[in-house]
Design a protein around this ligand. Structure first.
Ligand code: HEC
Length: 157
């Protein structure tokens, strides 16, 4: 009788321990912060700039986080919609703007290469990737800036 109880108790204990270990494993495997969108550098190929403009934005992953007019599938909501033709001048005249851009074109380049220089109010800091300088060719960056500076401008006219 005592022995049977003992065996049952040990089995119970073993199954409790196994359950705890299992749950611990699941907990450890979950992504570090599943609520925020991140983009790993190794998932983004080099963008040469020879691609069509829509492909530049999708290949670089901008579309994951941004809504971009005229780019199919660019419906991201993590960052602001890229209506920089309208919002760029507002950023440049923001009293807290500490960057070096003089034009909207330069502001786009700065936002992509050094996103920490100015964080758009109301959006999360440290979310826009900081490694685009190593992924986008000068041509790709130029095409991005030319395209984006034209978006949203109609809204302020
Ligand atoms: C992982 C999400 C993410 C990705 C990918 C991303 N961005 Fe952003 N971006 C943000 C967030 C969040 C902000 C706003 C906070 C800030 O200013 O850093 C932002 C801000 C910007 C701004 C400033 C917009 C404004 O209204 O002033 C521009 C321009 C921009 N991103 C362009 C791009 C381009 C071009 C790409 C692709 C080459 C890209 N972003 C990829 C998240 C992202």
């Amino acid at each position: 009788m005592f022995l049977a109880c003992h065996v049952m108790f040990e089995r119970l204990l073993t199954s409790i321990i196994l359950t705890v270990l299992c749950l611990g494993g699941v907990w450890a495997l979950r992504s570090p912060d599943s609520s925020s969108v991140t983009l790993a550098a190794d998932r983004v190929p080099l963008v040469t700039g020879d691609e069509p403009i829509a492909e530049i934005f999708t290949k670089a992953g901008c579309a994951v986080c941004h809504t971009i007019p005229g780019i199919a599938g660019a419906n991201g909501r993590v960052g602001p919609p890229l209506l920089v033709g309208a919002t760029g001048p507002v950023r440049l005249s923001d009293p807290s703007y500490r960057g070096h851009a003089q034009t909207v074109h330069q502001y786009v380049m700065e936002s992509v290469l050094e996103p920490g220089v100015f964080v758009v109010p109301g959006y999360p800091a440290g979310t826009m990737p900081t490694w685009y300088g190593a992924k986008l060719s000068a041509l790709a960056l130029e095409k991005i800036a030319v395209y984006l500076e034209q978006q949203g401008a109609a809204a302020v006219r």
